[in-house]
Design a protein around this ligand. Structure first.
Ligand code: SF4
Ligand code: SF4
Length: 353
């Protein structure tokens, strides 16, 4: 049975630090040795202020770093290049180099960040936020950040057109990297149409930690009054015959029944010959608020299916090509994108599902 530690916390550093020190002490359980090379993998995908709740809060990363430094560990913090720095003896290094690692069928060898494989210990510092494709971004999904650079959109394109297949990919990446500790920052969570700035910050004041990332995710599902199977990654684990729903909770797990989740609209429906039409006209899709859009190019440079174009004043989507990965929403630095279902699509989905 996997132990999950749940603690009430806030971002006042004087009170946050001892809470995270206590959680880390319990989770490490004497297994990290002096001079261990420890990689911290926060969710630092894009530049965003902490109050937007789209990234792991820097104070959570700082407290965990200080704990590890106090144990004599050598720390590296890695994720996206768009990071700031702390005044501490830690290295901030974006993931760059990749090595091939076999994560098992049907995906086989995939390229992963060299550092995610080479370090003695990986600590997964995830954010609790909604995701319009995968319902929630928690501990398991945070490990997808160990896929480097353009390999990430390539996998979105290969597997992201099928939600179950993408969830299976996330599960196998997480199993392959095996983070030693997962802590989910749910102090200021993101609800609604996440994962980007179109979601709404919501104060939950909770930290969830476990040595088992799947158990940590499951505890969050219980907290939000969800069946674990509603989370695509947990459903994928079940379809692989690997789900173990027995977790022991250390602490008070609040029950939050009114957390706003995104609508998980289907990624395709209808007979194959009309799926292109359905995709183009009826599926939930990213839409732009032209007033907020600064034409910065982040979205069209990243889009895995090259479905975003611009003229001098607007961005334009090719909804037939768009695979609904919602990376553009997550990356937009100006909160100009959100997922929206068409009225006709909503009616048809309700009739069919
Ligand atoms: S990332 Fe956002 S602001 Fe930049 S071009 Fe795309 S929609 Fe506009
Ligand atoms: S337009 Fe946005 S949601 Fe569609 S494929 Fe590109 S990044 Fe993904």
């Amino acid at each position: 049975m996997s132990r999950v530690i749940v603690r009430h916390a806030c971002y006042d550093y004087q009170s946050l630090r001892p809470v995270l020190f206590e959680m880390m002490e319990a989770l490490v359980d004497g297994e990290i040795h002096r001079n261990a090379r420890v990689l911290l993998k926060p969710n630092f995908l894009c530049p965003a202020k902490p109050e937007r709740a789209v990234l792991t809060h820097p104070l959570v990363v700082r407290a965990v770093s200080e704990y590890l430094l106090s144990k004599g560990c050598k720390i590296q913090i890695s994720d996206s290049p768009a990071m700031g720095s702390f005044q501490m003896d830690v290295n901030f290094v974006p993931f760059t180099g990749s090595v091939k690692k076999d994560i098992g069928p049907p995906f086989g060898e995939i390229e992963m960040a060299t550092d995610a494989i080479a370090f003695d210990t990986i600590i997964n510092l995830a954010k609790l936020k909604t995701h319009s494709q995968m319902l929630l971004t928690l501990g398991v999904k945070n490990m997808f950040g160990c896929i480097v650079g353009m390999r990430k959109p390539e996998w979105h394109l290969k597997a992201g057109v099928d939600r179950n297949m993408f969830a299976k990919l996330l599960v196998q990446i997480c199993q392959s990297i095996r983070p030693s500790i997962t802590i989910i920052d749910g102090i200021l969570a993101l609800e609604g149409q996440g994962p980007g700035r179109s979601g709404t910050p919501r104060q939950l004041n909770v930290l969830v930690g476990s040595r088992n990332p799947f158990a940590a995710d499951m505890a969050v599902c219980r907290m939000l009054c969800l069946e674990p199977g509603q989370l695509p990654t947990h459903a994928a684990l079940g379809s692989m015959g690997l789900s173990d729903d027995s977790i022991s909770i250390d602490g008070d797990l609040p029950q939050i029944s009114n957390f706003k989740l995104p609508v998980l609209a289907p990624l395709s429906f209808g007979p194959k010959r009309i799926q292109g039409f359905m995709r183009k006209h009826l599926l939930q899709r990213p839409v732009v608020d032209q007033k907020r859009c600064k034409l910065c190019g982040e979205c069209w440079n990243y889009c895995p299916s090259e479905a975003i174009f611009n003229d001098t004043e607007h961005i334009i989507f090719d909804y037939a090509a768009c695979i609904r990965c919602y990376c553009c929403i997550e990356l937009c630095p100006h909160g100009a994108l959100k997922a929206k279902e068409t009225s006709a699509g909503r009616v048809i989905r309700r009739l069919l599902f």
